[in-house]
Design a protein around this ligand. Structure first.
Ligand code: GAR
Length: 191
């Protein structure tokens, strides 16, 4: 399974996928890592592992993912032979034409037990709601926000005294196991 990874931040999920491949627990290869943020640590991590990187030019838009940029992204991923696009902390909403270029081949990791707490800062949403547990979800990406079919989920307890930072860190620990497992599950189901 040839992977392309899109991220805007630290890239700990990309690192976990890379580590699972290196350990032999995930039969895949990361062909390309793309970011919309030139300073994102995910790019540095990828370079350190000799993985090709590229920058997504969103033409000055802060949150929008312009159609032209999505077209360029799709072309880069296709040129690299990518079979599965993994969003890993990518903070823009993927729509057309990128969705159409990779039908049912784009997945995302989200820091909650979807459908609960879609959108941003889901760990803070869970704290504010006062629930006893939250978690993380890997799902197929569709045209909605964090709405596609679920591949795998992992529950994470909320402990007394949790802050937004401590809860997010516990969720991210779970994410690092969940994302490689979800990719392996998807690969097995597709032969
Ligand atoms: C992860 O916790 C991921 O679930 C979250 O961003 C973080 C990225 O961390 N994604 C979202 O909130 C998407 N709505 P990373 O860059 O270290 O992988």
């Amino acid at each position: 399974m040839v992977l392309g990874i899109l991220g805007s931040g630290s890239g700990s999920n990309m690192q976990a996928i890379f580590d699972a491949i290196t350990a032999g627990t995930l039969a895949a290869r990361i062909a390309l890592v793309l970011s919309d943020n030139p300073d994102a640590f995910i790019l540095e991590r990828a370079r350190r592992h000799g993985i090709a990187t590229g920058l997504i030019d969103c033409h000055g838009f802060k949150t929008k993912f312009p159609a032209e940029a999505q077209q360029e992204t799709a072309a880069c991923l296709q040129a690299a032979g990518v079979e599965l696009v993994c969003l890993a902390g990518f903070l823009r909403l993927v729509k057309q034409p990128l969705l159409g270029a990779f039908p049912k081949q784009i997945i995302n990791i989200h820091p909650s037990l979807l459908p609960a707490f879609p959108g941003l800062e889901s760990w803070q949403q869970a704290l504010t709601a006062g629930v006893a547990e939250t978690g993380c979800t890997v799902h197929l990406v569709d045209a909605g926000m964090d709405t596609g079919p679920i591949i795998l989920q992992q529950a994470v307890p909320i402990l007394p005294g949790d802050s937004a930072a401590s809860l997010h860190a516990r969720i991210q620990e779970a994410e690092r196991r969940l994302y490689p497992a979800a990719i392996a599950k998807l690969a097995a189901s597709r032969g």
